[in-house]
Design a protein around this ligand. Structure first.
Ligand code: ZN
Length: 284
């Protein structure tokens, strides 16, 4: 299944994209895609509902805004430096263990919402990433059991203000958490939709120019490893998101570095997970 949420920010309704591409309103199912939904076998129940009711459900009008495909989760965790060439372009050592950091969940927005540059920042950068959605509470899970705790996958742009992340001291979280810094979607694809999460192309363009073009086969730490690893330090709750890192080609790695400015257009995509597009706006 492909899950979407649509409507005005903060008032999104749940929906689905059917196999023929039709987008339907799933409000009649009666639940939003939140922690409780995932914890209570929501995906299975939604599937059963769709088999009976999808054909008669109202469709989602063409120009409707898409929101993030899931409700705001308890955590948005990121893996840093998970592609060898990106670690090299960042002039950072390839880690022995996954580097983990948080993004504030208030940074989450819809896939095609504007990127708003933060006040006081002048080095806002892009990072196309495969995001994993947790389906079942996980703590101390083994690598072997990890995929049983995954609900599915989404496209994510891990926007990063490098001046806050790298020049202002402290943890990366400051440069990762600004409003609109985590466009998710267009949809959540359930695990069964993605034959091999380690064989996906991911790409990103700025103003039509290809900047990132990687493959998840180049992960240093793969999805089961990452889920298992994070669960050794905290409980992963249903609906939590783990973003698995970005391939080479970020603005910070260019010679000289290139950062986003108002009016720029960022487009990105991952095989099987759709595409998103953000227009860059000045700070407000
Ligand atoms: Zn990242």
């Amino acid at each position: 299944m492909k899950l979407i949420r649509f409507g005005a920010p903060g008032a999104e309704k749940p929906g689905l994209i059917l196999d023929d591409g039709t987008r339907i309103d799933a409000s009649a199912f009666g639940e939003d895609y939140d922690e409780r939904f995932f914890a209570a076998d929501g995906l299975q129940r939604l599937q059963a509902w769709a088999e009976r009711h999808a054909a008669s459900a109202p469709s989602v009008p063409e120009n409707t805004r898409l929101g993030p495909p899931i409700c705001r989760p308890s955590k948005l965790i990121c893996i840093g430096l998970n592609y060898r060439k990106h670690a090299e372009e960042s002039k950072m050592t390839i880690p022995n263990e996954p580097v983990i950091f948080f993004k504030a969940t208030s940074s989450i927005c819809g896939p095609n919402d504007d990127l708003v540059l933060p006040r006081g920042g002048d080095k806002t950068d892009w990072e196309v990433e495969l995001a994993v959605v947790v389906g079942k509470r996980a703590n101390y899970v083994s690598r072997e059991r990890a995929m049983a705790h995954v609900a599915g996958f989404m496209l994510h742009n891990d926007y990063s203000e490098r001046a806050f992340q790298l020049e202002r001291g402290g943890q990366w979280v400051k440069g990762k958490s600004c409003d609109t810094f985590a466009p998710l979607g267009p949809f959540l694809a359930t695990k069964d939709e993605i034959a091999d999460p380690h064989d996906l192309r991911l790409w990103l363009k700025v103003n039509g120019e290809l900047k990132q073009d990687g493959r998840t086969s180049d992960f240093i730490f793969d999805v089961p490893e990452v889920v298992s690893y994070v669960s050794q330090f905290m409980s992963l709750l249903p609906g939590d998101v783990i973003s698995t890192g970005t391939p080479a080609g970020v603005g910070f790695g260019q010679q000289p570095p290139v950062y986003l400015k108002p009016g720029d257009v960022v487009e990105l995509g991952i095989d099987g997970l759709g595409e998103s597009r953000q227009v860059v706006k000045g700070s407000r």
